[in-house]
Design a protein around this ligand. Structure first.
Ligand code: SF4
Length: 188
């Protein structure tokens, strides 16, 4: 029997499969609609996400919401947003490869449940694990790659855009490419 997203989240609450489970304040499982055709995957929760139990709620989340709004996507209406690891890495460090691997089964279950047509990797950590180990965001952003019946695209993590605003134009073109792809696939 397959679990619903809510049932999966409830099951994940007790996960201690890696050390991040011991230091988190809240699990950050994901948000969005259960019939989302597009899923966004970041690397892991930051301080505000850990405090609120929701992904992308800080400054970078606000920036992400602005890009989403440009192409008529909204976490409350038509997408789902999650992370590679569901618990905050201390001091906002990158998740370690063994933590990402430990958490991957939860992401796989989310994908199985949602059955998205497109997965957008936000930043290097997600893109290198889900698309290709040698993925370079600065060179390969905005390209669609089919894997296992799902189209993957890597783009800049919004936190990186806050640090380097010169990349915002490229990020915007990636979101416009996403909109064009959704239209081509007849998804709205
Ligand atoms: S990060 Fe993932 S694997 Fe590690 S404790 Fe949290 S939910 Fe479990």
């Amino acid at each position: 029997m397959e679990l619903t997203l809510k049932e999966l989240e409830a099951a994940c609450q007790s996960c201690r499969n890696c050390p991040l489970g011991k230091t988190r304040t809240n699990l950050v499982f994901g948000v969005g609609v259960p019939d989302a055709k597009v899923m966004f995957v970041g690397e892991g929760p930051g301080a505000q996400e850990d405090a609120q139990g929701k992904p992308f709620v800080g400054q970078s989340g606000q920036l992400l919401d602005k890009y989403l709004a440009v192409i008529d996507l909204d976490r409350s209406k038509n997408i789902y947003i999650g992370n590679m690891v569901k618990c905050r890495p201390p001091q906002n460090r990158d998740p370690k490869p063994e933590e990402t691997e430990a958490c991957l089964p939860w992401l796989r279950k989310q994908v199985k449940c949602l059955r998205p047509k497109i997965i957008v990797c936000l930043g290097r950590i997600a893109a290198q694990r889900l698309i290709s180990p040698d993925f370079r965001v600065t060179r390969q952003h905005g390209q669609f790659i089919e894997k296992g019946g799902i189209l993957f695209m890597g783009t800049f993590h919004p936190a990186a855009l806050l640090r380097n605003p010169a990349q915002k134009a490229d990020a915007l073109s990636d979101f416009q490419a996403l909109r064009d792809k959704l239209e081509a696939l007849g998804i709205k």
